[in-house]
Design a protein around this ligand. Structure first.
Ligand code: NDP
Ligand code: HEM
Length: 491
């Protein structure tokens, strides 16, 4: 086979790769050695900003196949009949660590899936937990600061973390999941994924239902013990990447069953918690899981940077028949992600192959850095015009939420809005096994022991108060482990 010629970026064949062009064999380098400059300059620009959260991750392509009929809930073409398929790209991640951090840190795991459908991209940008630490986007930046490094010491600080959590008791549900064994999943294949927020579906009669998405792993749930996770941080910091890569390359394709929970608008009015509160789940016994389809990952991208690092997921990438809800966190995320992508990847990030829809995009967006799609050629760049045949189509009109009955206001004032304790209590008492309860307490003690400084006792006793309101035994167990004089009967 004929060998390929080494060239400059502009395609000029080049004669020498190893030695710079010099004045004589020992002389200084000539300014005209363009290949050398190009190589050094390009290298200096190899790094793009890492994601401000979820910087460390792994990705794979695959397929999603619809197995059950859900047309009574949604008119989305993807779900029009069982057997429909589309290509997907999924990216899993840890949240707080930098791009080089260890995969087995105790942290939620990102679980983001891009569905390339005939009617545009649908991104479901979830986590491996059904709830989150906060329920208002105004708190997000402050919360994330506590998961990152201390401004002075540049160290991870359990003091910052527990100070924030203890002052924001709405975090308790997610904190408990984080410190259970599910906080250290055994790679990315053996964990569930959750859309977490309440979304909505709209059917062909324009009726809306509220929906939660669940991806149940078909590999079974497997977690690492705290000790295993700790050891792997040193032995194999890229453990989850290796696990996903190895499984897919040997044909052992991981799969998840996509299921939904559905709540009618009427049911939502009477739900005992705010159905749009991201710190709460909908009990399965009242809102059972409904089968939808199977997600399978079967292709590792040929180039990590091209596809995994440049992937841009966006909760506002929705398709006709799938919509948002009044969940404040979701509403905040609709703005935050495209903004983050414009900063990290540039204004034309949707033109990068991994993000590009498989259907054509017809609009009047033009120019900007890195326009690589031909910029719509000579087509008109304004609307309305007398030349093209692009028109908005009324059939895609999104029905409004029922705000006359002040859904949002009603739920804002829900009397159970400050109930941060019932669901974590159920999780600890009813769902966890004895061993899981033991591990959860031990994991919490291990982290809280590291709280230091003048506010140590105050932070510990505030947090113990929250544990006690969720479950007495939980608070007693943690207090005992910390040798704290905390008196659970005073709560
Ligand atoms: P169920 O008994 O019907 O369901 C319990 C759920 O808890 C299952 O989905 C199970 O996941 C999951 N689970 C088990 N161990 C853990 C853990 N350590 N951390 C997080 N989730 C875990 O109960 P309910 O629906 O009535 O909910 C009771 C409690 O279960 C909730 O308060 C919540 O804390 C938790 N939960 C509920 C979910 C929901 O959507 N209703 C989802 C996840 C958790 P799996 O089936 O995969 O083993
Ligand atoms: C990534 C913001 C809550 C899941 C990100 C990024 C930002 C962000 C800015 C980086 C995007 C990028 O540069 O590519 C926020 C804000 C939130 C919020 C403002 C709350 C208001 C959540 C919640 C979930 C979640 C609740 C899960 C349910 C993810 C995932 C990624 C991510 C999975 C990584 C996506 C990928 O793999 O590229 N978030 N986030 N986030 N977020 Fe959030």
């Amino acid at each position: 086979m004929a060998k390929k010629k080494l060239t400059t970026a502009s395609g000029r064949p080049y004669f020498e790769k190893q030695d710079s062009m010099t004045v004589g064999p020992k002389g200084p380098i000539l300014l005209q050695d363009y290949y050398l400059h190009e190589q050094m300059a390009h290298f200096n620009r190899e790094r793009i900003p890492e994601r401000v959260v979820h910087a460390k991750g792994s990705g794979a392509f695959g397929t999603f196949r619809v197995t059950h009929d859900i047309t009574r809930y949604t008119k989305a073409k993807l779900f029009s009949k069982p057997g429909n398929k589309c290509r997907v790209f999924a990216r899993f991640s840890t949240v707080g660590g930098e791009r080089g951090s260890a995969d087995t840190e105790r942290d939620p795991r990102g679980f983001a899936v891009k569905f390339y459908t005939e009617e545009g991209n649908w991104d479901l940008v979830g986590n491996n937990t059904p709830v989150f630490f906060i329920k208002d986007p105004k708190k997000f930046a402050d919360f994330i600061h506590t998961q990152k490094r201390d401004p002075k010491t540049n160290l991870i600080s359990q003091t910052m973390r527990w100070d924030f959590w203890s002052l924001n008791p709405e975090s308790l549900h997610q904190v408990l999941i984080l410190f259970s064994d599910r906080g250290t999943p055994d790679g990315y294949r053996k964990m569930n994924g959750y859309g977490s927020h309440t979304f909505s579906m709209i059917n062909d009669k324009n009726e809306r239902v509220w929906v939660k998405y669940h991806f149940k792993t078909l590999q079974g749930i497997h977690n690492l013990t705290a000790q295993q996770a700790e050891e792997l941080k040193g032995k194999d910091p890229d453990y989850s990447q290796r696990d996903l890569l190895n499984a897919i390359e040997k044909g052992d394709y991981p799969q998840w069953a996509l299921k939904i929970q559905v709540m009618t608008e009427e049911q939502a009015k009477h739900f005992r918690w705010n159905p749009f509160d991201l710190t709460k789940v909908w009990p399965h016994s009242e809102y059972p899981l409904i089968d939808v389809g199977i997600l399978e990952l079967n292709e590792i991208p040929a180039n990590y940077f091209a596809d995994v690092e440049q992937a841009a997921f966006n909760p506002s990438n929705l398709i006709d028949g799938l919509d948002v809800s009044p969940d404040k966190m979701l509403q905040g995320r609709l703005l935050s992600y495209p903004d983050a992508h414009r900063y990290r990847l540039g204004v034309n990030y949707e033109q990068i192959p991994v993000n590009r829809p498989i259907c054509p995009a017809h609009n009047y967006q033009r120019d900007g850095f890195m326009t690589v799609n031909g910029n719509h050629g000579s087509a008109p760049n304004y609307y309305p015009n007398s030349f093209d045949d692009i028109e908005p189509d009324k059939k895609y009109k999104i029905p409004s939420f029922n705000v006359e009955s002040n859904l949002a206001d009603t739920y804002d004032r829900n009397e159970n809005d400050d109930d941060h304790y019932t669901q974590p209590g159920l999780l600890f008492r009813k769902v966890m096994t004895d061993q899981e309860r033991k591990n959860t307490v031990a994991n919490i003690v291990d982290a809280m022991q590291q709280i230091d400084g003048p506010k140590r006792d105050e932070i510990i006793s505030r947090q113990l108060g929250h544990f006690a309101k969720a479950d007495r035994e939980l608070a007693i167990g943690v207090a005992k482990g910390l040798n704290s004089p905390f008196d659970v009967d005073k709560i």
